[in-house]
Design a protein around this ligand. Structure first.
Ligand SMILES: Cc1ncc(C[n+]2csc(CCOP(=O)(O)OP(=O)(O)O)c2C)c(N)n1
Ligand SMILES: [Mg+2]
Length: 194
């Protein structure tokens, strides 16, 4: 279902309420989910519906031709900021963890097998799941999220990483390294709990 820009989460919540037997995913952009629709993320997380939100972050407003988004790095030159973006970017993984999401993961569009695994796990998770996908905009971003850049920036989570440890998940989310994989998953006994 294509719905209003920035309103995917309320529509997905409504779909899940009306048809609980459906598997519901909300696919959002970085401008969509973290800009115009940002207010819906914390409230959807605390209501904890059994839906999976995938945030395709290309660090730019792509469809409208290259304006600064909430994920554009500070000082980057864009069509809307020819002198450079004055504002720091957001941290979607930290945001989702802070509001209590029970499944939080990060992937990279250049690693489709890992993405598939994260989507499957997110769908299986009972309750709200949030997946941040770093995804190049090959048309309007020639400096930041290039495939080669992202490939050299991302890191797999360290061996033995315990995704049920919330404190460790916060450390990963706040660190400078761009770790991909399952960053946090609420222990199964608590799954679905608010
Ligand atoms: C209510 C509303 N406001 C503004 C727009 C114009 N608009 C369309 S796409 C977009 C930004 C898209 O950026 P993002 O969500 O990052 O998606 P991308 O195109 O980069 O994948 C905007 C502002 C719109 N379609 N509807
Ligand atoms: Mg975008």
């Amino acid at each position: 279902m294509h719905t209003l820009h920035g309103r995917a989460l309320p529509v997905a919540s409504g779909a899940k309420l009306a048809r609980p037997e459906l598997t519901v995913l909300a696919l959002v952009g970085d401008g969509d989910g973290l800009g115009i629709g940002a207010g819906h993320l914390p409230h959807t997380i605390r209501r904890n519906p059994d839906i999976t939100c995938v945030l395709f972050d290309n660090a730019i407003y792509g469809l409208t031709k290259g304006q600064t988004s909430p994920m554009t790095p500070q000082h980057q030159i864009t069509r809307s900021h020819p002198m450079g973006n004055p504002d720091p970017k957001m941290n979607p993984v930290l945001l989702a963890l802070s509001y209590g999401a029970g499944y939080v993961a990060r992937g990279f569009a250049g690693a489709p097998d890992e993405m598939q695994r994260l989507f499957e796990e997110g769908i299986r998770h009972k309750g709200f799941s949030f997946i941040h996908i770093m995804s190049p905009c090959v048309t309007f971003d020639k400096v930041n999220y290039l495939y080669d850049n992202l490939r050299s920036w991302v890191r797999l989570l360290p061996a033995g990483y315990d995704s049920t440890n919330l404190d460790r998940a916060f450390e990963i989310a706040r660190g400078v390294e761009l770790f991909t994989g399952l960053i946090y998953s609420k222990p199964s006994l608590e799954q679905g709990a608010r």
